[in-house]
Ligand binder design. Structure first.
Ligand SMILES: Cc1ncc(COP(=O)(O)O)c(C=O)c1O
Length: 363
């Protein structure tokens, strides 16, 4: 009998975590209470009550909040609006693979700053800036980074903000995992440290469900109007109905409860992977022990031929991504991203055991 397929490819919530019945209630309320507004064209920045709720939480004017069709599309808009052919953007290396693609699309150069266990190597960033590099922006996932799981230390965040002031670049911080902390204490965000230097984006994808496509961006005053005009030209206005559902879900206290539920669902999965790594990978690689989020980045002690590793894995019913996809420079031969939220602890343990076997086989 073929072995059960185990997919360690996608960083998604498990479908059983979706609060379907509560969302059905919210859909009804959204239509009954806000029907005329959510079914008509309207302001480009999003469903006003949700915009106001997010603005109040961040302590900014609602005009600085843009809620769009998932944060990835907002990232794409950001790249088109802010980057031009020949411009430079810094990212962490490795980083979220789709960000590399969207930041490159306008013809800009995307350069990676190496990662350390406590986040990007700020010494390297500083040396590049002192050496004359002039980025338009630095994109960072400071909390439970995709794909490594690391958290950028507060000291490094403060240094990055100073460098951004000195060398005049924007800090784009992407924080979809920030509220999914299972242990330890929060570190101030870039937005907390420098609200007029930072573009903070986040999303309800990992807190409720990705299919809602509700993500948002909090902009400095200097960029808010330009961004809003750009969004309006692109799609007039976003899908208010899902935003009104998210608003209703949050105002009933269900968002808080759902986050609490996810924070009880995921730690046993994280521990299952960490335990299996301790058991099978001590001689083969190293990893950090994330305090939250969706991912553990595994670095093998020796690089392998990634396509061969992928092929061998599939032969044993295991799906993994090519570690090079998360890198800006073709490196990543020794990198494997391990998402731990979508599978049961047993499947995760079995997946890591299979992975260890194929890593030993791969050249
Ligand atoms: C760091 C990061 N940013 C953005 C996204 C995409 O989020 P959304 O579903 O809001 O487009 C993801 C999804 O995995 C992610 O990991």
């Amino acid at each position: 009998m073929p072995e059960k397929e185990i997919k360690l490819t996608r960083g998604v919530p498990p479908t059983e975590s979706f609060p379907i019945h509560r969302l059905a209630d919210c859909a009804t309320t959204a239509l009954e209470q806000f029907g005329p507004e959510v079914l008509q064209y309207g302001p480009a920045g999003g469903f006003r009550p949700l915009q106001e709720m997010l603005a109040a939480q961040a302590g900014v004017s609602p005009d600085r909040v843009i809620i769009g069709q998932g944060s990835l599309l907002l990232q794409d808009f950001l790249a088109r609006l802010m980057l031009h052919p020949g411009d430079l953007a810094f990212v962490e290396n490795p980083t979220y693979d789709r960000t590399i693609l969207s930041l490159r699309r306008p013809g800009s150069t995307v350069e990676g700053i190496p990662m350390e266990p406590d986040g990007m190597a700020v010494d390297v960033l500083e040396a590049r800036l002192r050496g004359g590099a002039r980025p338009v922006l630095l994109y960072s996932i400071p909390d439970f980074q995709n794909p490594t799981g690391s958290v950028l230390s507060e000291e490094k965040r403060r240094r990055v903000v100073e460098l951004a002031e000195t060398y005049n670049f924007w800090v784009v911080e992407d924080v979809p995992y920030r509220q999914l902390r299972y242990r330890g204490t929060d570190v101030p965000s870039f937005f907390d440290l420098a609200p007029q230097r930072t573009l903070q984006m986040s999303s309800f994808s990992k807190l409720i469900g990705p299919g809602l496509r509700v993500g948002y961006l909090i902009l400095p005053d200097a960029l808010a109007k330009r961004f809003l005009d750009f969004v309006e030209e692109a799609y007039i206005c976003p899908t208010y109905l899902v935003q009104a559902m998210v608003y209703d879900f949050a105002r009933r206290g269900w968002l808080k409860e759902n986050i609490g539920f996810l924070k009880s669902l995921y730690p046993p999965r994280l521990e299952a992977v960490l335990g299996a790594l301790d058991e099978h990978f001590c001689e083969l690689g190293s990893w950090i022990r994330p305090e939250g989020g969706f991912f553990i980045g595994l670095t093998l002690h020796r690089p392998v031929t990634q396509p061969e590793l992928g092929r061998l894995a599939r032969q044993s019913g295991l799906w993994i991504l090519d570690g090079r996809d998360f890198h800006t420079d073709g490196s990543g031969g020794s990198f494997i991203r391990l998402p731990f939220t979508a599978l049961s602890p047993d499947d995760l343990r079995e997946g890591i055991a299979r992975l260890a076997k194929v890593v030993r086989q791969a050249s």
